[in-house]
Design a protein around this ligand. Structure first.
Ligand code: SAH
Ligand code: SF4
Length: 363
């Protein structure tokens, strides 16, 4: 079985040659995939019926993920989809919308994609990490998450404006499929989103960060740091070794030098764990003068015992960084009530639905 969403435009053209079809058939298929969102090959009406049948008979398919649940936040700005992959693995993907800056503008629509079913990194504060690792996702499974939302958005005259690899899993631990997904999503004859509108978040696999820098892409990189020293980081991210905090910061610098793209350090703020003024000062010393940006993410509640710091502590942490000249923002929180925020994605691998307890709309 090959999902047509897996193929890059050049590969689609090669396939047409194999099928003895004119080259323009590749563009017909690509147009259908990225603008019409067919459910199956027989819906690509631009193709002759015999060719559609031939594709199906040779094991080609469309759509590796089926929507089984959709939950929307009360303000309508966050939507979480539960998708079932071909092997029935359940995964979650999220759309976050930000109101337009101008009266008649369109909202910013960011799709947050998952790259693995579960995650092997085991971060103690992350719901995905606590469910363990099931498997890597294929590129077409990553792409199909964006397609599901694009279909919803385009019916309202809107479009996906940004894609962040911040859902379930560690994207750089699934490097080849993540890279292929990026190529499919950014190819002008594929989904066609700008590279600058994509950000990958990583727990910090240094060899993969260097490899990504060598791809010379214009995608943004966010490195999840969470601590200014190795002892604390190793406790929060048990699989962190042998990557030291210092090595991660150096890897971020190399990425910046090779791509020209500023690197963000993400820092999940956890009450009584990594939110003290002393910790903020240590972080400031580490990061000042290196032009990087810190994104503070006040912890979102998961199954564990960890708590979000009080608002004043978050502000104080930010102030210390800011006063030391470290560029810093606090992440706008979205989707907490539907368990769609950072670190909250988790699906019951035995099969069923979401972990919110909220009655959701059956599709
Ligand atoms: N595996 C990658 C990308 C997915 S997690 C990574 O770890 O970077 C995306 C972001 O959510 C990371 O910065 C992660 O640290 C953060 N995160 C995980 N659990 C969280 C939680 N409970 N509250 C807030 N942020 C969390
Ligand atoms: Fe995996 Fe990222 Fe969660 Fe850590 S924070 S367990 S790396 S998904």
């Amino acid at each position: 079985m090959t999902d047509l969403y897996r193929l890059l435009p050049e590969e689609m053209e090669d396939l047409m040659i194999e099928f003895d079809q004119p080259r323009y058939r590749a563009d017909q298929i690509l147009y259908a995939l990225y603008y019409k969102f067919p459910q199956n090959i027989s819906e690509i009406k631009q193709l002759p019926k015999e060719f559609r049948e031939e594709l199906v008979n040779k094991g080609f398919t469309i759509g590796s993920a089926k929507e089984v649940h959709k939950i929307e936040s009360k303000d309508g700005e966050t939507t979480k989809l539960l998708l079932n992959l071909e092997d029935d693995s359940p995964i979650e993907t999220v759309l976050m919308q930000y109101p337009p800056k101008k009266l008649l503008g369109h909202p910013r629509s960011t799709v947050c994609v998952s790259t693995q079913v579960g995650c092997a990194m085991g971060c103690v504060f992350c719901a995905t990490g606590q469910m363990g690792f099931e498997r890597n996702m294929k590129a077409e499974e990553i792409v199909s998450q964006v397609i599901h939302f694009e279909k919803i958005l385009s019916s309202k005259g809107q479009h996906t404006t940004n894609i962040v690899f911040m859902g379930m899993g560690e994207p750089l631990a699934n490097y080849p499929e993540t890279l292929r997904a990026i190529q499919l999503l950014t190819h002008p004859r594929g989904f066609g989103i700008g590279q600058r509108n994509i950000t990958i978040s990583t727990i910090g696999i240094i060899s993969a960060i260097d490899k990504l820098a060598d791809e010379k892409l214009q995608i943004g990189l966010a490195i999840s740091l969470h601590a200014p020293n190795d002892k604390l980081r190793k406790w929060l991210v048990p699989t962190a070794s042998p990557n030291s905090v210092e090595d991660l910061i150096k890897a971020g610098k190399r990425y910046f030098l090779k791509t020209g793209r500023r690197v963000t350090f993400e820092y999940a703020l956890i009450e009584g764990v990594n939110d003290s003024t002393e910790t903020a000062n240590d972080l400031a010393v580490l990061l000042r003068n290196n032009g990087s940006h810190v994104n503070l993410i006040p912890l979102n509640p998961t199954a564990g015992d960890f708590r979000r710091p009080k608002r004043d502590n978050v502000v104080e942490f930010e102030r210390i960084l800011y006063n030391s000249g470290v560029n810093c923002t606090v992440r706008v929180e979205k989707g907490v009530e539907i368990a769609a925020a950072c670190g909250q994605l988790r699906t019951d691998v035995l099969g069923k639905y979401n972990n919110t307890g909220i009655k959701s709309q059956r599709q």
